[in-house]
Design a protein around this ligand. Structure first.
Ligand SMILES: Cc1cc2nc3c(=O)[nH]c(=O)nc-3n(C[C@H](O)[C@H](O)[C@H](O)COP(=O)(O)OP(=O)(O)OC[C@H]3O[C@@H](n4cnc5c(N)ncnc54)[C@H](O)[C@@H]3O)c2cc1C
Length: 283
């Protein structure tokens, strides 16, 4: 059960329960020349009605973004659009969202979830890439397989958002130490700078961001620095003011517990949470 501190923290990470909340916060973020990746909270759906409700909500999100002139993307989880129901249903829903996004001038990111979902997520992405250019996919540096996946996706002309990975370590699938995950992140990032024209460096690890900026000085690339809303907004603002392309992942909705739980696991202990409260203002 999450207590008052957790609820207060979740309120900093999540735009609010409604689409209206997400649009209002997104507008505020956009005023700082920071784009948004709007995510409707919810995952691991096994009931078709939950999946359908998510897909309908993303249609409303994209309409709302267009109407309000909000700059950014939507970011969807395969398990919220049907991965646990059927691959066919997921692919149908993804195609529907991508098509609507295309007509609204919006980019669609695919989040990456637990290791057992990676094959189906990447296959779906690569198939969609044959007909769409407004789509990107997340790659996690904690997965041992990610070098191969990254080469394949970049080779096919895909757009990657590189993260460390948030779904817990699994013997066999993931690297097991923070140091190894960070080292792998660096290697994957170097590959992106060497071989990809456009990608997203999604991390709050300032040393890694500094390294990316150094690489950006060597290779002219279209790089966006991305963070989760509410973790280090001040730094995001600073990067934007320095002229970098910056984006914030902005979840909204009522199903916030799983998302908040992952953030708590990353915060690790109270000191980090208080540190985050101190350096993070709402934009
Ligand atoms: C834009 C974006 C999209 C993402 N999408 C996905 C996805 O689709 N799939 C996926 O598995 N993961 C995703 N993640 C999460 C990611 O995998 C990491 O779990 C998360 O970013 C923390 O790792 P880090 O790279 O910031 O590095 P870390 O080494 O974990 O953190 C670096 C520093 O950031 C600060 N910090 C990090 N987290 C917190 C926190 N919760 N509270 C307070 N301080 C904190 C600390 O100062 C820490 O020292 C995403 C992350 C971002 C930024």
């Amino acid at each position: 059960m999450l207590g008052w501190l957790e609820r207060a923290m979740a309120g900093r990470w999540i735009a609010g329960p409604s689409l209206y909340d997400a649009m209002e916060i997104a507008k505020r973020i956009n005023r700082h020349r920071i784009s948004v990746m709007v995510n409707y909270l919810g995952e691991e759906f096994r009931r078709p009605e939950d999946v359908d409700e998510s897909v309908r909500t993303y249609a409303r999100v994209m309409k709302g973004m267009r109407a309000a002139g909000i700059g950014g993307a939507v970011s969807i989880k395969p398990t919220q659009i049907g991965l646990r129901v059927s691959t066919k249903r997921m692919e149908h829903n993804y195609a529907d969202i991508v098509e609507r996004a295309n007509s609204n001038g919006i980019f669609v990111w695919l989040d990456m979830e637990t290791p057992d979902t990676v094959d189906r997520t990447i296959s779906m992405y690569l198939r969609a890439l044959r007909n769409s250019s407004n789509i990107g996919i997340c790659i996690q540096s904690y997965l041992k397989r990610s070098h191969g996946d990254l080469h394949r996706i970049v080779g096919a002309g895909g757009t990657v958002r590189l993260v460390k990975g948030a779904y817990g370590l699994v013997e066999g699938d993931t690297l097991m130490s923070r140091q190894a995950i960070t080292k792998n992140y660096l290697e994957l990032m170097e590959y992106l700078f060497a071989h990809s024209g456009r990608f997203m460096i999604a991390t709050h690890d300032r040393a890694m961001i500094r390294r990316a900026m150094h690489l950006g000085g060597l290779h002219k690339r279209d790089v966006t620095y991305a963070m989760l809303n509410g973790i280090d907004n001040r730094y995001a603002l600073r990067l934007a003011r320095e002229g970098n392309s910056v984006s914030l992942y902005l979840p909204f909705g009522t199903r916030w517990v799983e998302y908040a739980y992952r953030r708590f696991m990353e915060a690790g202990h109270a000191r980090l949470i208080l540190h985050s409260l101190a350096r993070n203002q709402r934009l």
